[in-house]
Design a protein around this ligand. Structure first.
Ligand SMILES: *Cc1c(COP(=O)(O)O)cnc(C)c1O
Length: 385
């Protein structure tokens, strides 16, 4: 079998043509395609404002800065996520606090968030793991009670829905971030965005993306002439290019098709794997529509100790799988900061069982059948060892 990764992009001739058009134009960065892409993100999600940036990580960083997160603040996030969700807290000199996950959804558990709140807690960064929305209603109630800012890490969840609203609408949060890395719902190569409904926050995000510099008359403290600009924050160069925005705009037009395809693949897996004796599959509750960024399976007790060998056997058959994720706080860098094993027992147990199997739009039926049969075969073999 030709090697199959766990995720990859889908780029067609139209996407390529949009990029070429920009490359032949006068603007290749900070041109008209960026605001156009941002407007399309707002239209799709229902948020008022969007700021497109150079990566999802950059989006998290400026979202934390716009939220005013600073030294000695505490910010609560999930341990089962990519390191960027917690690193952005460290970038601000603040302290990441990990709240354990729910066993069924693998998302941060609102009850565990509340247990971790103290007088230094400033914000929560819930992560919609695998494209499955967190319990935003409950998280918002906790945030209101304790005056916390909510920044959704929606890197996996463009196209997901929670209680009838699109993730990214910021109906239950202050900001939401997306990533447009090639394995995510849509891609711009590298890229990301922050969405918000708050105008002041939006202005701050725009400045932080571009060195903290503004030319808006209303924001200036002085005025020397038409060339005049002011640096108001210590910002960054987190700009996205115009040709990436053109690619993003073209990709976003296909988002419904992309999510439909991911959901179709998930439904095939659900059918093939339901009630099997080897592993548990992802769930979906009634008010939720997952974007199925990932399809993580969880080994049952009797196979848990064999995960490494199962992973290797699947790899030998051409399935290049992944484990999402190693709990962030068990990374050496975090251990050096003083985080210890045992902080989040559910997350640690989940990590020992999980394997993500391939899910992306261009997988065809014959590949999917091969994946399903290979997996069932390998598990049967290992069950008997
Ligand atoms: C991909 C990802 C990011 C970071 O996005 P980049 O665009 O790669 O910087 C952040 N959080 C999560 C959960 C991700 O999966």
């Amino acid at each position: 079998m030709k090697k199959i990764p766990y995720g990859r992009q889908s780029i067609d001739a139209k996407d390529i043509n949009e990029v070429i058009k920009v490359l032949k134009s006068d603007w290749i960065t900070q041109g008209p395609r960026i605001p156009e892409f941002e407007a399309a993100l707002c239209q799709y999600t229902g948020a008022k404002y969007a700021v497109a940036v150079s990566s999802g990580t950059a989006a998290l960083h400026i979202a934390c800065l716009a939220a005013g997160i600073k030294k000695d603040d505490e910010v609560i996030t999930s341990p089962i996520t990519f390191v960027a969700s917690a690193n952005c807290i460290l970038y601000c000199g603040a302290k990441p606090v990990f709240a354990d996950i729910q066993k069924d959804t693998v998302n941060i558990d609102p009850r565990q968030i509340e247990k971790k709140v103290n007088k230094n807690t400033k914000a929560v960064i819930p992560v919609h793991f695998a494209g499955y929305p967190c319990d935003l209603d409950k998280i918002r109630n906790i945030a209101r009670k304790h005056k916390l800012i909510i920044i959704e890490d929606a890197a996996h969840a463009l196209g997901a829905e929670y209680k009838g609203s699109k993730i990214g609408s910021c109906k239950f949060s202050d900001m939401a971030i997306f990533s447009f890395h090639p394995v995510k719902s849509i891609t711009t190569g590298e890229g990301g965005a922050v969405l918000t409904n708050n105008k002041d926050c939006y202005r701050k995000l725009l400045l932080l993306r571009n060195h903290g510099v503004t030319k808006e008359r209303a924001e200036l403290s002085g005025y020397d002439g038409p060339w005049y600009y002011e640096m108001r924050y210590l910002g960054f160069n987190y700009r996205i290019t115009d040709f990436q925005a053109a690619l993003g705009f073209s990709q976003l037009k296909k988002i419904d098709k992309f999510i439909k395809r991911r959901r179709f693949i998930a439904s095939l897996y659900d059918k093939a794997f339901k009630n099997n004796p080897y592993f548990d599959i992802p769930i979906e509750k009634p008010s939720i529509r997952s974007a199925y960024h990932l399809y993580p399976i969880r080994l049952k007790d009797n196979l848990k100790a064999k995960r490494k060998r199962i992973f290797e056997a699947l790899k030998a058959k051409g399935l290049l799988l992944q484990v999402h994720y190693i709990p962030v706080y068990s990374q050496p860098y975090y251990r050096k900061l003083g985080f210890k094993k045992g902080i989040c027992p559910q997350a640690e147990d989940y990590y020992e069982r999980v394997i993500s199997i391939p899910i992306y739009c261009s997988l065809n039926i014959s590949q999917l059948n091969k994946i399903i049969n290979t997996i069932l075969h390998i598990f049967k073999d290992f069950d008997q060892i």
